[in-house]
Design a protein around this ligand. Structure first.
Ligand code: MG
Length: 249
């Protein structure tokens, strides 16, 4: 069942959304060559503590860190650690926060220094696929219209959409119904209604769509070790235009 949020609940989610937006903007500014991914996590811990927000991911099904940091062939759920960030890397950061009992969730991929042309294009196309899906997040569209738009945008450019992980509803829980695949035929699934809040998150690879999980039990990498990018926003459906709760105000 897809739970509809009241205006008051969405106002609370907006607060959580702004904490996540400011955290990602801060980390995008801090990330640099030579830094270990665990240092980004340490920055995130301090930032959330000073914002009065709870981390959403720490301890979630046993996840051991505050943010996910996934570099290059790592798609999602990377555990921050000893990996050193280098010039030319794609660093995906996924962050979630809980404020006043409500969650927000967002992700970005940052290119470090000068990127290869194909890596730049991967970033641009992944971000564009999210922006286009968000633009369609309004009545009377159906849920799979977003999924289909992401897939079309990505595959037209010769990239692949990851299928093993999907977006989701969000609210009092980090992951609520409905699941939101980044592929599929349009005009299917539930109609979008005001009060739905969706975490839309295309995960896109330069090579094949297959992923595998490393022995740490979390880090998902591309099977062919091709580069990957990930952008995510928490989006509220309204009567007219969608409200992106995790966009910096
Ligand atoms: Mg998410």
């Amino acid at each position: 069942m897809i739970e509809l949020k009241t205006h008051e609940e969405i106002a609370r989610m907006r607060k959580a959304g702004q904490v996540v937006a400011r955290l990602l903007a801060y980390l995008a500014h801090r990330v640099a060559p030579g830094m270990k991914t665990k240092h980004l996590d340490e920055e995130a811990v301090k930032f959330l503590r000073s914002s009065g927000a709870e981390p959403a991911f720490l301890g979630y099904r046993g996840f051991p860190a505050t943010i996910c940091v996934s570099v290059n062939e790592e798609v999602v759920h990377g555990i921050p650690g000893e990996r050193t960030i280098r010039e030319g890397d794609l660093v995906s950061v996924d962050a979630g926060a809980k404020v006043d009992g409500f969650y927000a969730d967002a992700a970005m991929t940052v290119g470090i220094g000068s990127l290869s042309p194909s890596a730049s294009r991967l970033l641009e196309v992944t971000k564009r696929s999210l922006d286009q899906a968000i633009a369609m997040t309004k009545p009377p569209n159906r849920l799979s219209d977003l999924s289909s738009r992401v897939q079309q945008t990505v595959e037209r450019e010769g990239f692949s959409v990851v299928r093993d992980f999907v977006g989701h509803g969000i609210g009092r829980a980090l992951h609520e119904d409905p699941p939101i695949p980044n592929y599929g035929l349009p005009h299917q699934g539930p109609r979008l209604k005001p009060g739905m809040v969706l975490a839309i998150e295309p995960m896109v690879t330069m090579g094949g769509c297959e992923v595998e999980v490393l022995p740490d039990g979390w880090t998902a990498v591309t099977k062919d070790r091709s580069f990957s990018a990930h952008f995510e926003h928490t989006v509220a459906v309204t009567d007219c235009e969608p409200e992106v709760l995790t966009q910096l105000e």
